[in-house]
Design a protein around this ligand. Sequence first.
Ligand code: 4AD
Ligand code: MG
Length: 431
Amino acid sequence: MTQDVRIAELADWAGEVVRVRGWLYNFRSSGQIAFLLVRDGSGLVQVVASESDVTEKEWEEIETLTQESSIILEGTVREDERSPGGYEMHLRDIEVVQRADDYPLALKEHGPEFLLDNRHLWLRSPRQVAIMRLRDRLMAELESFLRDDGFIRVDTPILTPNACEGTSTLFETEYFGEEAFLTQSGQLYSEATCAAFGEVYCFSPAFRAEKSKTRRHLIEFWMLEPEMAYYDHEDNLHLQERMMESVMARVLDACADELEELGRNLEPLERVKAPFPRITYDEALKILDEADIPIEWGEDFGAPHETEIARQFDRPVFVEKFPGECKAFYMEPDPDRPEVVLAADLLAPEGYGEIIGGSQRIDDYDLLRRKIHEFGLPEEEFSWYLDLRRYGSVPHSGFGLGIERTLAWIAGLDHVRETIPFPRLLNRLRP
Ligand code: 4AD
Ligand code: MG
């Protein structure tokens, strides 16, 4: 039996006859020689077929082969610098598993809506494969960093009866006759688990019924949320810096090929070194004033504001100490200035904006209870959360990193829609 080999591993098989099982990506022929560009998910290889090496029937099949037909190829591996992976195959035998006629994503330009309608097929393109490989690596490196740091992953529920991040973006559903919501964030539950384990993170989809149609909003996205007992605001920011620096270095190292496929300028990513610059919300307001896009004290930033603030720095920048009124109910007020909270957003450069939002949490029972009322939230639903402040309450902090926004930045993409296999957008639930 001939050995089945993945394209990425062809280098180990130079001179030998192997089988590759994949799909036809592109084809060109010049007389008695045909060049098949074949993909198998691990890479691309050029397969050279000559009329003299195959049967007449096979040659006819090769000459009329269509894009995305599934094929099994047997041939000799040869080093060749013109082939995408540095190796090509000389065809000996071909089996067409299924002939694909009229593949909708012919190799030419397509509009974004058409591509999204065909997302199930678009995912096969080399560019999308590179993005998904980066995504996989980013997630793995984030988890591995936290694990190495002593964190454990504790999962949090998707179906919840409460609102973590404001009541305006809740996705409602029905839970056997009761009202329930899809989670906006696992944070409240992670606050419970961090009292059990010290340092935890949850990693799950989050849902926001946001009526925003921007290049950074998804309805369903993935969020990684560490939560740490006995961490104050400072400790929180230090962890974020260390994590970003380390994960960025590991991703750059592991995904050089993918970043090259995407044509990413690596320079801004190589500058992701701690410490990150830090400004207060009030300082950010001055920057915005000078840039002629002023906002009122108490308002949250929009995309153009974040872009302008981040533009002033050569690496990610923390904006800290936001007015409590524009943030969530659970954030610890600054003891020196109670109208601002010990929260920080990490803004990525190059126009990407907020990728992390975090804060120190209120640990005092009475204050938290008061905030729950001030924010118009039902105290009954938060009684378990208040318990955490009654039984061994400690200062604690945490943050949430949005995978898709972080990935859009690392990959240098215009829109988060390409960062998740099947994006859920304001106008899109399919495929
Ligand atoms: O700032 P957010 O809303 O913070 C929280 O949910 C906290 N509970 C996190 C925590 O402290 N544990 O969201 C955190 C991050 C944002 O910085 C952004 O990267 C991402 O989640 N995010 C979104 N990504 C894509 N589409 C959306 N609609 C997003 N909303 C937030
Ligand atoms: Mg935020």
